[in-house]
Each structure stands twice: as structure tokens, then as C-alpha cells.
Design a protein around this ligand. Structure first.
Ligand SMILES: [Zn+2]
Length: 187
């Protein structure tokens, strides 16, 4: 591990929530999550521009997806179907999203997934562009850990583009964190 790092992520950083919040418990209101996420995005954009901000959110999502995969399941899913069933259960239990699979091409590892009632965009004003970059990364991290291959995930429909669910296309990529086309985020 890099000893110069101050903020390297470990799952233990999530802490003992039961001990730490005996009165408030593990839940918080959606506004709090969105307040933090959208303020982070605002400040990052001012410092680094929109494209770099998206890249950073994607990368953070990928890290989160990888760590989630390694830590959130009691045992590692053995098949894609088991993975999806376990994920559906876990994401619902955590109040993260309602996950569905629309298309599965196991031979080419290409998938179309939807996440409804998600944390990042459900109920937002219509913006004309997709906003769930963190979720793209999150799904890519999970798929990378599951398959052992780099993945690229791109959101093709979003609450913010007037859909009522977020839709993601996933496929293997040349390298991890391969960037999506810059033009995608024009808005
Ligand atoms: Zn979305």
C-alpha cells in the first residue's frame, strides 16, 4: 500500500454504524446524499471542468463497485444469474436502486441493465443529458470484479433525459476506466 496516501479507501472506513449511531441508525434522507454528490460535482467542475469531473465520478464509481463486490456479498456469485439475483437483493435492501436486466449476451459479455428509483437522478428535473456517471462506474467495477476483465458501462437513458428508469449498456473494454466519448456529456 502507498504510505503517502491519506485517503486510500478500505471497507473498514465505513465503520461500525450500529455502534456509532445508536439513535439515528443506518438510514439517512436522500437529500443529504444528493446534497453532497451535487456539491462535489459543482466544485470539481469549477476546478477541473465538466469532462474531468465526469471522469473522476466514473473512476470513483468503479472503485466503489469493486469494493462493493468484494465486501457486500456473503459468498461470491458463481454465475451471471446469481450475480444479478444477489445484486438485486442487495441494492434493494440498501435502498440504492431497483435493478433489472433487459438484455444478456453471455458469449460477448454484453448486457443492458436498468436501475429504477436510483440515488442519483430519480425525480430530478429534465436536463437533456444523462447524469448517472457514478452509477456507470459502479456497475463497471462490479462487472470487472465478477468477470476479471475491464468493462465499460455507459448510461443511454436517464430520468434526466425523460425516461423513468436509467438504462446502462455494458461491454468489455480494452482497459479499465476506458473513457466514454466526450461528446456524450454535451449539455
Ligand atoms: Zn440516470
Amino acid at each position: 500500500m502507498d504510505s503517502t496516501r491519506k485517503y486510500a479507501f478500505t471497507w473498514s472506513l465505513l465503520g461500525d454504524i450500529e455502534a456509532g449511531r445508536p439513535n439515528l441508525g443506518p438510514n439517512l434522507r436522500m437529500e443529504v446524499y444528493r446534497l453532497m454528490q451535487f456539491c462535489f460535482r459543482d466544485v470539481l467542475e469549477q476546478h477541473y471542468g465538466a469532462a474531468e469531473t465526469d471522469r473522476l465520478f466514473y473512476e470513483a464509481g468503479t472503485l466503489a463497485g469493486r469494493e462493493f463486490y468484494k465486501n457486500a456479498f456473503e459468498s461470491k456469485p458463481e454465475t451471471f444469474n446469481t450475480l444479478i439475483l444477489e445484486l438485486q437483493k442487495k441494492l434493494k435492501e440498501l435502498g440504492m436502486a431497483i435493478l433489472r436486466v433487459e438484455e444478456t449476451d453471455l458469449e460477448n459479455l454484453q448486457f443492458t441493465l436498468t436501475m429504477a428509483e436510483d440515488l442519483d437522478c430519480s425525480g430530478l428535473p429534465e436536463l437533456g443529458y444523462e447524469v448517472c456517471v457514478y452509477d456507470e462506474g459502479f456497475l463497471s467495477g462490479i462487472l470487472e470484479e465478477f468477470t476479471g476483465r475491464p468493462f465499460k458501462v455507459r448510461e443511454v437513458d436517464c430520468w434526466c433525459t425523460s425516461e423513468r428508469t436509467c438504462r446502462f449498456e455494458a461491454r468489455p473494454s480494452e482497459s479499465s476506466l476506458e473513457t466514454f466519448p466526450e461528446t456524450q456529456r454535451a449539455g
